[in-house]
Design a protein. Structure first.
Length: 151
């Protein structure tokens, strides 16, 4: 039975797994064989974090933690701390170097909270279109200095 989309194939596989105890047994045996052959490589949140940081930003949790520590344990642009928004803070990277979700690792600038990361993205788009004159001491002033320090 060919499927024209991956979603349909996955939906069919889920249905078979739910309905057929033999399929479940074979899947569990295959998982056990894999875990036996690959000890310590099962999924954990730390494993997932390490893989995502490596894939998306070519960095490690140790480098992330060191960068956060060098920023005083908070966002590079405001006083938000890790966990304030129930999520880890984002690694900011220069989109003129790597204009995608995946960064090369050389263009990582700092660690920002979700709000500042979003604002910096909009600010960079605005800067490409024109010039901005910030009021000294404002978030915009801090953000422009932050961006200038990585040029």
């Amino acid at each position: 039975m060919p499927y024209n989309t991956l979603e349909k194939a996955r939906a069919h596989a889920r249905e078979r797994y739910a309905a057929d105890p033999e399929v479940r047994r074979k899947a569990k045996e295959a998982t056990e064989r894999w875990e036996t052959a690959n000890p310590g490589k099962g999924y954990t949140p730390e494993y997932g974090r390490r893989k995502q940081l490596g894939r998306r930003h070519k960095t490690t949790p140790e480098k992330y933690d060191a960068q956060l520590l060098s920023q005083g344990g908070h966002c590079a642009l405001c006083d938000a701390k890790q966990g304030d928004n129930k999520r880890r803070m984002a690694i900011d990277h220069d989109h003129t170097c790597c204009d995608s979700e995946l960064a090369c690792g050389e263009c990582n600038r700092g660690i920002l909270c979700a709000n500042c990361n979003r604002k910096v993205g909009f600010l960079e788009e605005t800067l490409r279109e024109g010039t901005i004159v910030p009021t000294p001491g404002t978030w915009l002033d801090s953000a422009l200095k932050y961006l200038d320090s990585y040029k």
